[in-house]
Design a protein around this ligand. Sequence first.
Ligand code: ATP
Length: 226
Amino acid sequence: MLELTAVETFYGPSQALFGVDLHVQAGELVALMGRNGMGKTTTIRSIFGLTPASRGTITFASRDLRRLPSYRIAQAGLGLVPEGRRCFSNLSVRENLRVTSRPGNWDLARVESLFPRLAERHRQMADTLSGGEQQMLAIARALVTNPRLLVLDEATEGLAPVIRGEIWAAIRLLKAQGQSILIVDKSLKEVLPVADRCTILEKGRTVWTGTPDALDDRVRDRYLGV
Ligand code: ATP
């Protein structure tokens, strides 16, 4: 479904990715891992054309994403939940969802049943929501685009345990329903049980790919520092 080969990306003159290989098949949940600053967010930015790759190939359902502007990448079926949420702060919860909604299984009613807190707060302005509620809104906003692949960047970072639990429950449910997911998350305890495969980056390169079972102490110690 999604395939990155030998991707290299720069911020101005400074190179951040030196050779990222990554793939996600339909129905899979793939965890993109690595210590801080290893290139996870830059990989996601490259996929969405936000920081375009300079070399390598990025294809999605056989389409060359490197040739498309970001809005066309979203239209091609990729839904992004960006680091830092980026909800439209001066729109209500419902308005945030309406502006991105596209026809498909995920409509307002369905996302509000996934996150009942959003239904309770549907008239509230996004900037008055708690951090956790904004994160739920960011996920819901990506879902109502009815993406073939949902991409989550640090969706549970810094949130209260109760909210984290609700978000992980939603991710498990999405996975069980066959949603394809690419996820960046530092919580191994939560991400490993739900992942089909893990890809680890170090200094902007893919250094390891395998199933969570194969991610033994040696690999964790070497690449994840745990
Ligand atoms: P974290 O887990 O801390 O979010 P990450 O694995 O997502 O880290 P990136 O944010 O992709 O890593 O950063 C990869 C490299 O690119 C780092 O060396 C970082 O300093 C650099 N970098 C990231 N954003 C920029 C930017 N806007 N301008 C210049 N360099 C950047």
